[in-house]
Design a binder for this molecule. Structure first.
Ligand SMILES: [Zn+2]
Length: 338
């Protein structure tokens, strides 16, 4: 669907000697595997042994098994439970030079910083993209979730931009990423509703950057109008909703329409309060309208839903990873006992 190769004004091969430069060597200390290990070590310490009461787990298992369809709504908390963090050791190891210069505290706030040059902007962003989009997912949270819905009639609505669902093997035609993807660029104007895959260029930017700057020849520009490229992330009205975005939206609407009166399990995972109008409120409305549905809100810190859904909902303030592991174990044991 997306263009695989974006020709830039200097689309040359990475310099093999660049790894010996001090700044590149500093950054490349974090290989994909060491990224995984560092994030995992922190995540393991956060994991709770017993995530919730057995009665809640059994309730969840029962509604999952008898559901005719499962609609997953996933927010940032799901990727946090998969080991992703915007602060902590991974951030400190890979942005030490930016932290020393600008006193950044985490990747979230740093993502809003306005750099004085595009060379520095992309030195920062290539690391941000690589860590969150192209390194392996630290924990198998998404894989556990896939086990629970594979072979079922399911759909995923998510505000996450790290592409974890697709990376974990979820069917592409059952996903709707509403807020963009770290792996895509768009024209900053934008001159058209089109996006471009950025992996090749991001890897080259990583290999060739030094002193917090990429080479000027690596700065990406729109191949149509020549304006600078920018991230395909929704932050204002210039966000590009391309052909793939609209197709996913149509599939999501179709799923909601054809399951409107079915026994639907609405599974809200790690949805915070930043953009409740995308997942949380529509899920509440669907649950209120469809008396055969059941809503589960799984969130470490903010597990709640309207009182009108009492008796048709389950709110669990627990670690998502721990709950999904316990649930897959429970269902596997139950299946083997039959
Ligand atoms: Zn353009």
């Amino acid at each position: 669907m997306h263009e695989r190769h974006l020709k830039t004004s200097s689309d040359r091969a990475p310099d093999a000697a660049s790894g010996t430069r001090q700044s590149a060597a500093l950054f490349l200390r974090t290989s994909p595997e060491s990224f995984r290990q560092t994030a995992l070590a922190k995540a393991e310490r956060d994991t709770v042994a017993l995530p919730c009461a057995m009665s809640d787990l059994l309730c969840l298992a029962e509604h999952l098994q008898k559901a005719e369809a499962v609609l997953i709504g996933a927010g940032a908390g799901l990727s946090t439970s998969a080991g992703y963090r915007y602060d902590g050791p991974v951030f400190e190891q890979n942005f030490a030079d930016f932290i020393a210069r600008y006193h950044f505290t985490d990747m979230y706030t740093a993502g809003f910083f306005r750099f004085s040059s595009l060379e520095e902007h992309w030195a920062y962003w290539s690391r941000h993209i690589f860590l969150n989009r192209y390194c392996p997912i630290p924990k198998d949270t998404y894989a556990h979730l896939l086990k629970l819905v594979q072979g079922r009639d399911y759909f995923v609505l998510t505000t996450n931009v790290d592409h974890c669902f697709q990376r974990a093997g979820f069917a592409k035609d059952r996903l709707f990423y509403t807020q963009g993807d770290y792996g895509l660029w768009q024209c900053s104007v934008p001159c058209q509703n089109r996006t471009w895959d950025n992996e090749t260029q991001v890897r080259a930017m990583l290999a060739e950057q030094q002193d917090r700057r990429i080479p000027s020849g690596r700065v990406p520009f729109c191949p149509v109008c020549g304006a600078p490229m920018t991230m395909n992330l929704r932050s204002d009205a210039s966000f590009v909703e391309d052909e793939g975005w609209h197709a996913a939206q149509a599939r999501y609407r179709d799923f909601v329409h054809r399951t409107a009166d079915k026994k639907v399990l609405l599974l809200e995972l790690g949805v915070g309060g930043n953009t409740p109008g995308i997942i949380k409120y529509p899920f509440w409305q669907m649950a209120c309208r469809n008396a055969r549905s059941f809503l589960v809100c799984l969130n470490l810190h903010e597990a709640f839903c309207p009182p009108e859904l009492k008796g048709r909902s389950l709110c669990l303030a627990a670690d998502i990873y721990a709950v999904l592991c316990a649930l897959t174990d429970l269902l596997a044991n139950r299946a083997s006992a039959l």
